[in-house]
Design a binder for this molecule. Sequence first.
Ligand code: MLT
Length: 213
Amino acid sequence: MNRTDDLGFHHRFVEGEPSGDGVTLLLLHGTGGDESDLIPLGQALAPRAAMLSPRGRVLENGMPRFFHRLAEGVFDQIDLREQTDKLVQFIEGAAKAYHLRKDRIVAVGYSNGANIASSVLLTHPSLLAAAVLFRPMVPFSPSKTLDLRDAKVFIAAGNRDTIVSPQETSRLVEIFENSGAVVTTFWHNGGHELGQDDLDAAERWVSEWREAQ
Ligand code: MLT
């Protein structure tokens, strides 16, 4: 396992096994998390895949995030755009440095990490093969129609989430579907925190995605 601050982000990289089919999970933590947070979750979803786990570059009261916000759910759009571009450069750089298959990069994000993953999908539609988004929000409404026909998206939402309303989840699903992405939505009977059922559903979805490759 590598732990480094190269490539513009503190990050951890865990090499995949040959039987991991060249899949890399790009793990994107929530507010206050770090590069170690989602490694166990990634290993539960795809035990033999490589794990690439950056730490968000922005601090909010000492808590790492992937972009600034002005208030809960109100994003600093200029910073979001800048940080999205930085993350994209990181992904490109890491793909070269660690010899990753660029057509097998799957984002797995929670909350703030899911939001930047959506922003990557909506600004660089061909970069990610798939995305597993736990409790995502709409990062911004795209001004033009995108071509996300090659992207597969899994969204796990909480029907009693006080941070992300069901309407917001539906809006995000609609944005992805209008761009041609195939979206699977899982509803957890609870709030913003993840339950075992979220993880089980995501694991099934990742296995099915891999079988279909
Ligand atoms: C965000 O700021 O990205 C969302 O409000 C989720 C979070 O609380 O991190």
